[in-house]
Design a protein around this ligand. Structure first.
Ligand code: HEC
Length: 152
């Protein structure tokens, strides 16, 4: 059985975090931004094929979808310490709303995990299946950004 990030577990862990020294905050921000860039890279491979910019390749599509699936299973708890929000430190776009509504944030994250699983089941089948799963997946990125990421 696939281990899903337990919403309550993450909330409990996040709220029990004490403020970390500046260097650790910076490391945590870098780590989560790195994680998001890995999402974006793999999503880009899938989107390129869906939009016809790159020829559909079942193996490459499956690899990108597998990567995304596993990346969304990385335990991120330590990357979101209290006080690492955009109102408190430089270099992050993570809104304070995340720590004010941890359950909402976790539920957005769980939606991404579910959509990544659907893509994993679709990407290697054929182009139509990949296209069918892409909107739902990209929509989970966008929904969280709208609510919890500072606009540029
Ligand atoms: C649960 C919420 C959530 C989900 C889901 C989510 N993001 Fe994000 N994303 C954020 C937040 C918050 C930030 C700002 C992080 C920071 O600057 O500390 C961010 C930042 C980013 C960044 C900028 C990273 C940088 O270098 O500063 C990219 C790119 C990104 N997300 C892509 C994605 C993609 C692609 C997906 C979907 C596959 C996704 N995100 C899903 C919340 C989310």
């Amino acid at each position: 059985m696939i281990r899903k990030l337990s919403a309550l577990g993450l909330v409990a862990a996040l709220t029990s975090f004490v403020a970390l020294p500046a260097l650790s905050q910076e490391a945590a921000v870098k780590a989560r931004q790195g994680q998001f860039n890995l999402y974006a890279f793999n999503l880009g491979v899938l989107a390129g094929m869906a939009q016809g910019n790159v020829e559909y390749d079942a193996e490459a599509a499956q690899t990108a979808a597998d990567n995304l699936f596993h990346l969304t299973r990385v335990d991120q708890i330590a990357m979101w310490p209290q006080g690492s929000d955009s109102a408190s430190i430089e270099g992050t776009r993570a809104l304070p709303a995340i720590w004010e509504d941890l359950e909402g944030f976790v539920s957005r994250y769980n939606a991404l995990q579910t959509a990544a699983e659907a893509m994993q089941g679709a990407a290697g089948t054929d182009l139509a299946a990949l296209q069918g799963a892409l909107g739902g997946l990209a929509g989970t990125c966008q929904a969280c950004h709208q609510q919890f990421r500072q606009a540029q």
